[in-house]
Design a protein around this ligand. Structure first.
Ligand code: C5P
Length: 430
């Protein structure tokens, strides 16, 4: 993409350098358009060296190329980081008195604004009204972080970290593409139960968050060539990883025996860790947990493993049958719940079948409580309905103060259902 990075004149202007670098690492071209004040914090030479393009703040430079409209017209995305109270106000007022504001006024691309200012300025009714104006026009505003400001002050107003700005901006851009693109590319915000007022123009709460998803089915080795396994293909977990990635999350997929062709359908931005057994999966999840904002256990995990693994291929002997002794595997999900961080959302999956005493739904409700997860995605697999198929039907249950809430029932392709489940997870995090 061709991304215009607007930089306004605040102390956080230096962080724009990291934003440029990150965007270029991801393969985007970056045209930096600073305000005059920004150039008092970071020199044009620095921006030019990092972006590889000429840099000016002046409307009257390169007049022959009609710079003041061309830059905005050619942009696929405009990101302003940091945006000062003054720049926010000028954009809200529709001014075009420098190259940055003229660019914003000309562009039809998505505009992302990352404000940074002192808390008093951020909370001033003038700024509050200006931000509301921008949001009402469909500008994506990334709320400032809370923390150390210039001098001894601290509070809300700090510019978020460059990676978070990049993740938010790219998610906003892909969300907008999704809102005009194919159904498969629809954005999570279009599916949020609460409903966004301007669908597709609000970034998902998952943007920039670390989401760790397990997928596939574990295999428990009997000997070097044989294993006990299950029929899980990993399609559901892969679809969830794709949906979370499209929502701007930083995704790690822990894949248990997922076909390599299926893994290749993942965007390159998804980190993949391959495992085989339940103990390997448990270890990978344990390592991933400290950084995770969301953990989704979609893998089908073997409850038991052979007590002994033969070092060499087991030989048939005599005419008798063979008795294999099994020991219980740890419940990975229960372990993750017991060591959860504050604000970590943990999502379990349950493939249930009913019997003559209870429905599959009853068993799912009981499992949600027993496992202590925040959300349980349950499907009725009576008659092998879900394994290996492209379509599925799920209910998303949540633990609530007054019992259990059903947050949604979705059916369709695993990709469609995953987008809806990811949207529900995002809403839950809000
Ligand atoms: O008890 P059940 O296997 O139906 O629970 C399903 C959920 O628990 C899934 O999210 C699955 O990934 C997880 N699980 C686990 N460790 C096990 C068994 C299941 O994490 N040993």
């Amino acid at each position: 993409m061709r991304i215009v990075l607007g930089v306004a004149g605040g102390i956080a202007a230096y962080k724009a350098c990291h934003v440029i670098r990150r965007l270029r690492e991801l393969g985007h071209t970056v045209k930096v358009v600073p305000t005059e004040a920004a150039l008092r914090f970071v020199g044009a030479a620095t921006f030019e060296a990092l972006s590889g393009e000429t840099v000016t703040s002046d409307l009257f430079d390169e007049v022959d190329t009609v710079n003041h409209v061309r830059i905005g017209q050619e942009a696929d995305l405009v990101v302003i980081a940091p945006a000062t109270a003054n720049t926010v106000a000028r954009i809200a007022a529709g001014l075009a008195d420098d190259l940055l504001t003229a660019t914003v006024l000309t562009t039809t691309a998505e505009v992302v604004v990352a404000p940074a200012m002192h808390t008093e300025m951020w909370q001033n009714p003038a700024t509050v009204a200006n931000i509301a104006t921008l949001r009402a026009r469909g500008v994506h505003v990334l709320d400032p972080a809370v923390g150390r400001l210039t001098g001894p002050d601290s509070g809300p107003g700090r510019l978020p970290e460059p990676e978070d700005i990049v993740d938010f901006a790219l998610a906003a851009s892909s969300a907008a593409v999704g809102s005009t693109g194919s159904a498969a590319e629809q954005t999570p915000t279009e599916h949020t139960p609460a409903g966004a007022s301007s669908a597709g123009r609000t970034a998902s709460p998952l943007a920039g968050r670390r989401v760790v998803i397990s997928a596939g089915g574990t295999r428990e080795a009997l000997d070097p060539v044989r294993f006990l396994g299950n029929r899980s293909s990993g399609k559901q977990g892969i679809a969830l990883a794709r949906a979370a990635d499209a929502a701007g999350a930083r995704v790690e997929l822990v894949a248990a025996n997922v076909d390599s062709g299926l893994l290749q359908t993942l965007p390159a931005t998804v980190d993949v860790t391959e495992v085989e057994s339940t103990l390997e999966l448990a270890e990978a999840m344990r390592r991933a947990q400290p950084d995770a904002d969301v953990i989704v256990m979609a893998a089908a995990v073997a409850d038991y493993r052979p007590a002994d693994r033969a070092g060499a291929k087991m030989k048939k002997s005599g005419d008798e049958g063979l008795t294999i002794s099994l020991v219980q595997n740890p419940d990975i999900l229960a372990g993750l719940v017991s060591t959860r961080k504050r604000d970590q959302t943990i999502v379990g999956f349950a493939a249930e079948t009913g019997d003559d005493r209870h429905s599959a739904y009853d068993y799912a409700r009981e499992k949600l409580v027993r496992k202590g997860v925040d959300l349980l995605v349950f499907n009725d697999v009576s008659g092998d309905r879900a394994f290996g198929h492209d379509d599925t039907e799920v209910h998303v249950l949540a633990a609530a103060e007054a019992g259990i809430d059903e947050l949604g029932a979705f059916s369709g392709s695993k990709d469609d259902v995953s987008q809806k489940v990811v949207a529900v997870i995002g809403e839950h995090m809000r």
